[in-house]
Design a protein. Sequence first.
Length: 193
Amino acid sequence: MGRLGRKRIMPIIGDLLHENPGLKIDLDLNDSIVDIVASGVDLAIRIAPLKDSGLIARRLVDNPKLIYAAPSYLERNGTPETIDDLEHHECLTFTNFTHWQFLLNGKERSIRVGSRFSSSGVDGFLSACVSGLGLAQLSAWDVKEELANGSLVPVHIHGVSPRDLAIWAVFPSRRQVLPKLRVFLDRFQRSLV
């Protein structure tokens, strides 16, 4: 959530506070899963498959992880066309991640990938990807600027689709969504499109 918070939540905070003088925001940019009931949190934003936890969740947007590469990487190494081709490519991942998830004929398929570079955060392997060091599986909202300026291009793998990790708003109870949360969620959802 740290990167999502920096890239998509922080840019809307100023306008929200300016337009809503009674609104108070305490933003925790934390990537760990927090017990929102015990912490007294009104709302959490999560990107993950949700488990049945008793919390109330509202799906905000789809968040498919697509494969991207710098044009320079593809010029040097060619473009993978099948998931089996990925074994011959530098596939940039989080530290200790060894697989990418795909949907093949409606079923999840885990593909072993590897590279000489990994990172504990998206910023690291996104920068490496832009530098031409390999392919990266990233959210579309995360690479809008890089796609617009041509430093990254999408890489389409035939016959598979990315695993969908939707972005969810998670609430501690079934009570009606408070107006202050609705104002934030509406603006946040628009920022993701």
